[in-house]
Design a protein around this ligand. Structure first.
Ligand code: PLP
Length: 421
């Protein structure tokens, strides 16, 4: 079945009411038939609903549908993209371990990896996404995850996914790919050797800037990589917090299972059923929207490239862009999503342009159907020093645009008047 079809049907079996739209199961808990039924659910002898912090029928449809789109085996939805990333990392890494991350990451992921994970005893080591050859020398026995974005926000680089996963697989290390900006419509990291993907559903998945949420997807047959792998004892030894369960022996996708039974249970960053329902609505039109976002962004990037005030345009769909080759290889039909950035001479000039636009909203978000303009140095990346900004590819004169679904002509006219104001 094509992705466009799966986006409308996967994961939903109509109940006796025959509702076309997936119902919102707005409930905290579920009644057990009797004590034996309850005990069976808790011991996983039977699968079913227990409590919405662990599972919910509306969320279940979203998880199943998204796993199908990504070409994975199972998914787990979370309260935000950040919680999906946190879960994906700490499911593998514990105090004393390290993770290897691309330098070019979303600002929240950078602060998580650099500062917050350090408080949990996890060290982050960094490589340049353009130099996967840097990874190997960072690996040791305590390396648990290699983390990068398929299409980076806000530096707009395209990772060489196969080159990175090849190193990871040589050492039997898990790769976690943030596929938020590309979405499964444009990029399918599992086809290039990745193990786990994470998404902020708050972006293109909801599509209209309606809700915060996240999702983590596990590839098919990940069990083979985890079983008897000394790096990941937690999947092969009894979990004392879950009556001695050994995750690699349950017969269910182990990475999402352990996330659900321990992390979601104890940390509680669960998505609300209503938000899952919104994500299902967004998913239904995702493939149509991603094509339009990509088309608009390419036209705007071409215009910006020709403007004398613009020093540099970052959009992998441009032939002049150093990421063009990777984009052609990894992205469906070479389409590159709606995110682009461009650089002007100074911080002051960037601020003036952002303030002069009328159609673009000054918002720290991406993936909305309405176009968004952001100045990362003064917002999402404010906590980073000048050196950190340069290192992660976000100079102070950089303006980021999330191209919406307005007409390309109107978007170009507005940016032109702002540049020339
Ligand atoms: N990953 C990427 C690439 C993002 O752009 C963002 C947010 O902007 C996140 C993760 C975090 O997602 P959320 O805001 O849903 O926590």
């Amino acid at each position: 079945m094509d992705l466009q079809t799966k986006a409308l049907h996967a994961g939903y079996v109509k109940d006796s009411q025959g509702t076309m739209a997936v119902p919102i199961y707005q409930t905290t808990a579920y009644e057990f038939r009797d004590v034996e039924h309850a005990a069976n659910l808790f011991s996983l002898k039977e699968l079913g609903n227990i409590y919405t912090r662990l599972n919910n029928p509306t969320t279940d449809v979203f998880e199943k549908r998204f796993a199908e789109l990504e070409g994975g085996e199972a998914a787990i939805a979370t309260a935000s993209g950040m919680s999906a990333i946190f879960f994906a990392i700490v499911n593998a890494a514990e105090a004393g371990d390290n993770i290897i991350c691309a330098k070019q990451l979303y600002g929240g992921s950078l602060t998580l990896n650099t500062h917050t994970l350090k408080r949990f005893g996890i060290e982050a080591r960094f490589f340049d996404v353009h130099k996967p050859q840097e990874i190997e020398k960072l690996i040791d026995d305590k390396t648990k995850v290699i983390f990068f974005e398929s299409l980076t926000n806000p530096s707009i680089d395209v990772a060489d996914i196969e080159a990175i996963t090849a190193v990871a697989n040589k050492y039997n290390i898990l790769t976690v790919v943030d596929n938020t900006v590309a979405t499964p419509v444009l990029c399918r990291p599992f086809e290039f050797g990745a193990d786990i993907t994470v998404h902020s559903a708050s972006k293109y998945t909801t599509g209209q800037g309606l809700a915060i949420g996240g999702i983590m997807v596990e590839r098919k047959n990940l069990l083979e990589k985890l079983k008897n792998n000394d790096r990941y004892a937690q999947f092969n030894e009894a979990d004392a917090s879950y009556h001695g369960l050994v995750y690699s022996e349950v017969g269910l996708p182990p990475y999402t299972l352990r996330t659900r039974l321990s992390l979601l249970r104890d940390l509680g960053a669960v998505v609300s059923p209503f938000n899952s329902w919104l994500f299902i609505q967004g998913t239904e039109t995702l493939s149509l929207r991603m094509k339009e976002h990509s088309k608009n962004a390419l036209m705007l990037a071409e215009f910006l490239e020709s403007h004398p005030k613009v020093k540099k345009v970052n959009y992998p769909g441009l032939k002049s862009n150093p990421n063009f080759k990777n984009a052609q290889k990894y992205f469906q039909d070479g389409l590159c999503s709606g995110l682009l950035s461009f650089e002007v001479g100074s911080l002051q000039e960037a601020e003036k342009i952002v303030n002069a636009t009328k159609l673009y909203s000054l918002v720290v978000n991406i993936g909305d159907s309405k176009s968004i303009i952001t100045h990362p140095a003064s917002t999402t990346h404010q906590q980073l020093s000048h050196e950190e900004l340069v290192a992660c590819g976000v100079p102070e004169g950089l303006i980021r645009i999330s191209c919406g679904l307005e007409s390309a002509k109107d978007l170009i006219e507005d940016i032109q008047q702002a540049l020339e104001a």
